[in-house]
Design a protein around this ligand. Structure first.
Ligand SMILES: [Zn+2]
Length: 301
């Protein structure tokens, strides 16, 4: 069996797939809390192994695909940097392969999500697209000619750390004013903390918004508007057929996507003279990265 594991800022998610094409689904999954940015490399890698073995449930593992929220080198051997992960130029692929005793493939989480959506999701048959994941931070992938663009160093699509506010909010990457500081799960938490004076995690904000709480809905509207503004810049740059949005924050659907669509229209030039791409949800949602990692492993295994 092959397992896909997504290593994000707050959790490690492992999945096993079954079926193909439109019938491809997650057969089982397991989730382990992320040990945190200050954890050691070994602690994070132990969490990855734990999640993979929970999904395997005693069966032998033939290979593991790993989707990492950060800069992965072009050969897929090392995580060079992750704003929300402790890995720094770490040979993650080989260390995990040794721990698990099976082959490992490694790629950026948003690239993996794009692979999943191209193979069996919202990007099937689509030639040019942008994929944005909104979770703890923002991940991104560019699809051109039906393929994920890797860039000279394997690091294309890191939209989350494009500066949108000079001298703006401090980001975990070390810069200030990065897009993800205004458009992420962390932003939701910050907006709610300012409004209510108490801490709520993303899931709690989502539950409030679904129940109609005006403060929570406004928090999603704020994040969604920033999402649209960022997408406008990317649409100006790439002129894609379609924009797909995934990641944990996107689980609320149109509460996030409607303000994003409006933000796109308001922030792009010449709307009367161009066709704007649809902004839609990924098929695999917060599991897209793990699904794509499993598919990468399967296609190479
Ligand atoms: Zn940043």
């Amino acid at each position: 069996m092959y397992v896909g594991v997504d290593v994000g800022g707050t959790k490690v998610l492992a999945v096993e797939l079954t079926g193909e094409g439109d019938d491809l689904v997650v057969a089982s999954s397991a989730q382990v809390p992320m040990p945190g940015r200050s954890a050691s490399d070994a602690e994070v890698e132990a969490a990855v192994v734990q999640a993979a073995l929970e999904v395997a449930a005693g069966r032998p593992v033939s290979g593991v695909g790993v989707a990492a929220a950060g800069l992965v080198d072009r050969p897929g051997e090392r995580v060079r940097f992750g704003a929300h992960l402790p890995w720094r130029d770490a040979p993650v692929r080989d260390r995990l392969a040794e721990r698990i005793g099976a082959p490992v493939v490694l790629d950026n989480d948003a690239n993996c999500a794009a692979h999943a959506e191209l193979a069996a999701g919202a990007l099937r048959g689509v030639s040019s697209a942008l994929l944005i994941t909104v979770g703890t931070g923002i991940g991104g992938a560019v699809v051109l000619d039906g393929r994920v663009v890797r860039g000279a160093n394997g690091m294309a699509g890191e939209f989350g750390h494009v500066q949108v506010v000079p001298d703006g909010l401090a980001c975990e990457c070390g810069l200030r004013g990065c897009w993800e500081q205004y458009c992420s799960g962390r932003t939701l938490e910050r907006v709610m903390r300012v409004a209510l004076g108490s801490h709520l995690d993303g899931r709690e904000v989502e539950a409030l918004a679904r129940a109609g709480d005006p403060v929570a809905r406004q928090a999603f509207a704020t994040v969604g508007t920033w999402l649209g503004v960022g997408i406008a810049g990317l649409v100006s740059s790439f002129d894609p057929e379609k924009v797909v949005v995934g990641g944990g924050v996107s689980a609320v659907g149109d509460l996030l996507l409607e303000p994003a669509r409006r933000g796109l229209v308001d922030a792009i030039q010449a709307t009367a003279y161009r066709d704007l791409p649809p902004v839609v949800a990924t098929r695999f949602g917060p599991e897209a990265g793990a699904v794509g990692a499993a598919l990468l492993m399967t296609s190479r295994g």
